[in-house]
Design a protein around this ligand. Sequence first.
Ligand SMILES: *Cc1c(COP(=O)(O)O)cnc(C)c1O
Length: 395
Amino acid sequence: MVSNSTIPMIKGTFPINKFQQIETPFYYYDMAVLRQTLDTIRQEAGKYDNFVVHYAVKANANPKILRVIREAGLGADCVSGGEVRASVEAGFPNNKIVYAGVGKTDKEINYSLDHDIFCFNVESIPELEVINELAEAKNKVAHVAFRINPDVGAHTHANITTGLAENKFGISMEDMETVIERANELKNVKFVGLHFHIGSQILEMNDFVALCNRVNELQERLMKRHIICEHINVGGGLGVDYHHPNHFPVPNLAEYFAVYHKHLRLYPGQTLHFELGRAVVAQCGSLISRVTYVKKGTNKQFAILDAGFPDLIRPALYQAYHRIENLTSDEAEETYDVVGPICESSDVFLKAVDLNKAHRGDLFALRSAGAYGEIMASGYNCRELPKGYTSEELV
Ligand SMILES: *Cc1c(COP(=O)(O)O)cnc(C)c1O
């Protein structure tokens, strides 16, 4: 990553006149950035003819965003029945929808069976048996992949690392052969793949190399028993540059796919599936909020926004950084704590940040908020949910 000091501060470009007519706070999606990202995915993954890219719907399920992603040809990776439904409604073909999650309910499984989704990513033997039973009742054969916990750490926030043995996710490596054998005994499930996902906001390519090495090892183990599956799914996790959304609007997808091409050994006929969430949508989105008050404290001053953690929870939940820009002031910079209106000390977006002098009514952009932003919004304090607008609607 490039250090802050070497990069000139520039602001993003926004249709500020249009913004003045919209009630704040709201999410704004720059569709040129989204389309550029999707083009890059198509180009870079397309260099390798057995790579298949899915979009992790949990990052952002705004129907306007889903439609553009579906049109770009990506599949949908879901972690709940609601996401399977959102994907079906957004027009993703059934054979491009996969469904993962440690706690799939009967209702969610039945809905997915009714829509003949491509694959269930199964996380335990009890779940496998329930899927078999429910599929049998419908006279269907469900395709299943096993999510294996590869015990590979990722250099990211503890709350978003998922591939360690201590996490609740997946089946342990020792049990891999047992679950595959169990699946082969059952008549209404068909074992088709192995699934992995080691965490999120990963910028260290060596973490992905470690996953590749582990997958190679496990595949060799299975080869000894003449087990070859149709596909390997390595999950998502590629991070974005939260500090420089204007300079690096598109993540380094060329390097990401090249790492997998170089390090992961596929057997003839196997496809390699990816499930990218954050990397697809983070940089196209901003939360736009208005300054309600500028308040002087004893030793500092606060810019109090009309957005709070119910609108964007990542700073409160993960101490996540979002770059903030004052879109409507060019005056000399002053230092602010940028906070929300909620009665909780964690309702702080950023402390001691230098911004163009703020006034009541100024519009602030909280950048890189397209992933895990709008979708995680809540109505806490009886607040209205923020709406989402695309640049194509606001021209
Ligand atoms: C969350 C998740 C993803 C997407 O993660 P990103 O970091 O947003 O790319 C992919 N696969 C699974 C199983 C997930 O839970």
